[in-house]
Design a protein around this ligand. Structure first.
Ligand code: ADP
Length: 213
Protein backbone atom coordinates (compact mmCIF):
# COMPACT_ATOMS: atom_id res chain seq x y z
CA UNK A 1 0.00 0.00 0.00
CA UNK A 2 0.95 3.62 -0.42
CA UNK A 3 1.13 5.43 2.93
CA UNK A 4 0.73 9.19 2.79
CA UNK A 5 1.17 11.42 5.85
CA UNK A 6 -1.32 14.28 6.03
CA UNK A 7 -0.70 17.16 8.34
CA UNK A 8 -1.51 20.80 8.85
CA UNK A 9 -1.97 23.15 11.76
CA UNK A 10 -5.16 23.23 13.77
CA UNK A 11 -7.89 24.93 11.73
CA UNK A 12 -5.90 24.56 8.48
CA UNK A 13 -8.64 22.45 6.90
CA UNK A 14 -7.02 19.05 7.42
CA UNK A 15 -10.26 17.26 8.35
CA UNK A 16 -12.00 18.79 5.35
CA UNK A 17 -9.18 17.58 3.07
CA UNK A 18 -9.24 14.16 4.67
CA UNK A 19 -12.95 13.79 3.86
CA UNK A 20 -12.30 14.86 0.24
CA UNK A 21 -9.54 12.23 -0.06
CA UNK A 22 -11.77 9.55 1.48
CA UNK A 23 -14.41 10.27 -1.15
CA UNK A 24 -11.77 9.50 -3.80
CA UNK A 25 -11.14 6.06 -2.31
CA UNK A 26 -8.31 6.64 0.16
CA UNK A 27 -8.37 4.84 3.51
CA UNK A 28 -8.10 7.37 6.32
CA UNK A 29 -6.33 6.57 9.58
CA UNK A 30 -7.12 9.42 11.95
CA UNK A 31 -4.82 9.63 14.97
CA UNK A 32 -7.05 12.14 16.80
CA UNK A 33 -10.10 9.94 16.36
CA UNK A 34 -8.18 6.89 17.61
CA UNK A 35 -7.02 8.88 20.64
CA UNK A 36 -10.59 9.92 21.45
CA UNK A 37 -11.86 6.35 21.03
CA UNK A 38 -9.18 4.97 23.35
CA UNK A 39 -10.18 7.56 25.93
CA UNK A 40 -13.86 6.63 25.97
CA UNK A 41 -15.20 5.39 29.31
CA UNK A 42 -14.37 1.73 29.78
CA UNK A 43 -11.49 1.73 27.28
CA UNK A 44 -8.16 0.61 28.82
CA UNK A 45 -6.45 3.98 28.28
CA UNK A 46 -9.32 5.76 30.03
CA UNK A 47 -9.06 3.39 32.99
CA UNK A 48 -5.26 3.85 33.25
CA UNK A 49 -5.66 7.61 33.12
CA UNK A 50 -8.19 7.56 35.96
CA UNK A 51 -5.84 5.30 37.98
CA UNK A 52 -3.00 7.77 37.48
CA UNK A 53 -4.78 11.14 37.74
CA UNK A 54 -7.82 10.38 39.90
CA UNK A 55 -11.56 10.70 39.45
CA UNK A 56 -11.19 14.47 39.06
CA UNK A 57 -10.57 13.87 35.35
CA UNK A 58 -14.00 12.27 34.93
CA UNK A 59 -16.86 14.66 34.07
CA UNK A 60 -20.33 14.38 35.64
CA UNK A 61 -21.56 12.36 32.64
CA UNK A 62 -18.79 9.79 33.11
CA UNK A 63 -16.71 10.85 30.09
CA UNK A 64 -13.16 12.18 30.18
CA UNK A 65 -12.91 15.82 31.28
CA UNK A 66 -10.22 16.92 28.78
CA UNK A 67 -9.89 20.34 30.33
CA UNK A 68 -9.17 18.78 33.74
CA UNK A 69 -6.43 16.63 32.17
CA UNK A 70 -5.01 19.68 30.36
CA UNK A 71 -4.99 21.66 33.63
CA UNK A 72 -3.03 18.91 35.40
CA UNK A 73 -0.36 18.33 32.74
CA UNK A 74 0.06 22.02 31.88
CA UNK A 75 1.92 22.69 35.14
CA UNK A 76 3.47 19.29 35.74
CA UNK A 77 6.11 17.82 33.40
CA UNK A 78 6.05 14.42 35.15
CA UNK A 79 2.29 14.20 34.74
CA UNK A 80 2.65 15.07 31.06
CA UNK A 81 5.31 12.38 30.59
CA UNK A 82 3.02 9.85 32.32
CA UNK A 83 0.07 10.88 30.17
CA UNK A 84 2.13 10.45 27.00
CA UNK A 85 3.40 7.07 28.21
CA UNK A 86 -0.20 5.93 28.76
CA UNK A 87 -1.63 7.27 25.51
CA UNK A 88 1.06 7.21 22.80
CA UNK A 89 1.92 3.48 22.76
CA UNK A 90 -1.77 2.56 22.65
CA UNK A 91 -2.43 5.00 19.80
CA UNK A 92 0.67 3.70 17.98
CA UNK A 93 -0.51 0.10 18.34
CA UNK A 94 -3.96 0.95 16.98
CA UNK A 95 -2.43 2.85 14.04
CA UNK A 96 -0.33 -0.26 13.32
CA UNK A 97 -3.49 -2.44 13.43
CA UNK A 98 -5.32 -0.16 11.05
CA UNK A 99 -2.30 0.01 8.71
CA UNK A 100 -2.15 -3.78 8.60
CA UNK A 101 -5.88 -3.94 7.78
CA UNK A 102 -5.53 -1.26 5.09
CA UNK A 103 -3.09 -3.41 3.10
CA UNK A 104 -6.11 -5.33 1.80
CA UNK A 105 -8.16 -2.24 0.89
CA UNK A 106 -9.35 -1.70 -2.70
CA UNK A 107 -7.04 0.17 -5.08
CA UNK A 108 -8.68 3.49 -6.01
CA UNK A 109 -9.26 4.30 -9.68
CA UNK A 110 -6.06 5.63 -11.20
CA UNK A 111 -3.82 4.45 -8.36
CA UNK A 112 -1.50 1.42 -8.35
CA UNK A 113 -1.85 0.44 -4.69
CA UNK A 114 -4.34 1.06 -1.87
CA UNK A 115 -3.80 4.67 -0.75
CA UNK A 116 -3.70 5.16 3.01
CA UNK A 117 -3.83 8.63 4.49
CA UNK A 118 -2.25 8.80 7.90
CA UNK A 119 -3.84 11.87 9.43
CA UNK A 120 -1.46 12.78 12.23
CA UNK A 121 -1.64 16.33 13.58
CA UNK A 122 1.92 16.38 14.94
CA UNK A 123 3.59 14.61 12.00
CA UNK A 124 6.08 17.44 11.56
CA UNK A 125 6.76 17.72 15.28
CA UNK A 126 7.25 13.99 15.93
CA UNK A 127 8.20 12.56 12.52
CA UNK A 128 7.23 9.13 11.17
CA UNK A 129 9.47 6.88 9.20
CA UNK A 130 6.73 4.84 7.55
CA UNK A 131 5.16 7.51 5.33
CA UNK A 132 6.32 7.73 1.73
CA UNK A 133 4.99 11.22 1.07
CA UNK A 134 4.15 14.10 3.39
CA UNK A 135 1.19 16.27 2.35
CA UNK A 136 0.72 19.55 4.18
CA UNK A 137 -2.51 21.54 4.20
CA UNK A 138 -1.38 25.13 4.19
CA UNK A 139 -3.21 28.30 5.00
CA UNK A 140 -2.49 31.74 6.38
CA UNK A 141 -2.16 31.78 10.15
CA UNK A 142 -4.84 34.47 10.34
CA UNK A 143 -7.23 32.15 8.44
CA UNK A 144 -6.50 29.33 10.90
CA UNK A 145 -7.22 31.67 13.79
CA UNK A 146 -10.39 33.05 12.24
CA UNK A 147 -11.77 29.55 11.47
CA UNK A 148 -11.06 28.36 14.98
CA UNK A 149 -12.92 31.33 16.45
CA UNK A 150 -15.86 31.70 14.05
CA UNK A 151 -16.44 28.07 13.01
CA UNK A 152 -15.33 26.15 16.08
CA UNK A 153 -16.32 28.73 18.67
CA UNK A 154 -12.91 28.88 20.36
CA UNK A 155 -12.03 31.86 22.50
CA UNK A 156 -9.50 34.04 20.53
CA UNK A 157 -6.80 33.69 23.21
CA UNK A 158 -7.32 29.91 23.32
CA UNK A 159 -7.01 29.74 19.51
CA UNK A 160 -3.73 31.67 19.68
CA UNK A 161 -2.39 29.45 22.47
CA UNK A 162 -3.26 26.24 20.64
CA UNK A 163 -1.64 27.47 17.45
CA UNK A 164 1.51 28.51 19.30
CA UNK A 165 2.00 24.98 20.68
CA UNK A 166 2.33 23.57 17.14
CA UNK A 167 5.06 23.75 14.50
CA UNK A 168 5.15 27.01 12.58
CA UNK A 169 3.80 27.34 9.06
CA UNK A 170 7.38 27.56 7.74
CA UNK A 171 8.51 24.39 9.57
CA UNK A 172 5.60 22.47 8.17
CA UNK A 173 6.18 23.69 4.62
CA UNK A 174 9.83 22.68 4.91
CA UNK A 175 8.80 19.09 5.61
CA UNK A 176 6.19 18.94 2.84
CA UNK A 177 6.58 16.86 -0.31
CA UNK A 178 3.24 18.16 -1.60
CA UNK A 179 1.30 21.20 -0.44
CA UNK A 180 -2.48 21.63 -0.57
CA UNK A 181 -3.12 25.36 -0.71
CA UNK A 182 -6.12 26.22 1.48
CA UNK A 183 -5.84 29.99 1.32
CA UNK A 184 -8.91 30.23 -0.95
CA UNK A 185 -12.54 29.16 -0.68
CA UNK A 186 -13.89 25.61 -0.46
CA UNK A 187 -14.25 25.29 -4.26
CA UNK A 188 -10.59 26.18 -4.66
CA UNK A 189 -9.74 23.66 -1.95
CA UNK A 190 -11.62 20.94 -3.84
CA UNK A 191 -9.53 21.72 -6.96
CA UNK A 192 -6.31 21.66 -4.94
CA UNK A 193 -7.25 18.28 -3.46
CA UNK A 194 -8.00 16.90 -6.95
CA UNK A 195 -4.61 18.13 -8.22
CA UNK A 196 -2.75 16.54 -5.30
CA UNK A 197 -4.84 13.35 -5.56
CA UNK A 198 -3.76 12.93 -9.21
CA UNK A 199 -0.16 13.42 -8.13
CA UNK A 200 -0.56 10.82 -5.36
CA UNK A 201 -2.07 8.32 -7.80
CA UNK A 202 0.93 8.87 -10.11
CA UNK A 203 3.35 8.42 -7.22
CA UNK A 204 1.59 5.26 -6.05
CA UNK A 205 3.40 3.22 -8.70
CA UNK A 206 5.57 0.90 -6.59
CA UNK A 207 9.17 2.11 -6.34
CA UNK A 208 11.33 0.48 -8.97
CA UNK A 209 8.68 -0.12 -11.62
CA UNK A 210 9.41 3.17 -13.41
CA UNK A 211 13.14 2.46 -13.52
CA UNK A 212 12.63 -1.11 -14.80
CA UNK A 213 10.79 0.15 -17.88
P1 ADP B 1 -8.54 21.10 10.89
O1 ADP B 1 -8.97 19.68 10.78
O2 ADP B 1 -7.28 21.39 10.16
O3 ADP B 1 -8.46 21.62 12.30
P2 ADP B 1 -11.08 21.63 9.59
O4 ADP B 1 -11.01 20.87 8.33
O5 ADP B 1 -11.94 21.10 10.69
O6 ADP B 1 -9.63 21.99 10.15
O7 ADP B 1 -11.54 23.13 9.22
C1 ADP B 1 -11.86 24.06 10.24
C2 ADP B 1 -13.14 24.80 9.81
O8 ADP B 1 -12.87 25.63 8.70
C3 ADP B 1 -14.24 23.85 9.39
O9 ADP B 1 -15.45 24.34 9.87
C4 ADP B 1 -14.18 23.88 7.85
O10 ADP B 1 -15.44 23.64 7.27
C5 ADP B 1 -13.70 25.30 7.60
N1 ADP B 1 -12.92 25.46 6.38
C6 ADP B 1 -11.85 24.73 5.98
N2 ADP B 1 -11.34 25.20 4.83
C7 ADP B 1 -12.12 26.24 4.47
C8 ADP B 1 -12.12 27.17 3.36
N3 ADP B 1 -11.21 27.09 2.39
N4 ADP B 1 -13.07 28.12 3.34
C9 ADP B 1 -13.98 28.19 4.33
N5 ADP B 1 -14.05 27.39 5.38
C10 ADP B 1 -13.13 26.41 5.47
Amino acid sequence: MFVVGLTGGIGSGKSTVSAMLASRGAVIIDADLITRQLQEPGAPVFESMVDRFGSGIVAADGTLDRQAVADIVFHDADALADLNALVHPAVGAEIANQLAAAAGAPVPNGAQRPVVILDVPLLVETGRSDVEVVVVVDTHEHHQHERLVTQRGLDPADATARMSRQASRADRLNRADLVIDNTGDLDQLEREVERVWQELCARSAPTGIASEE
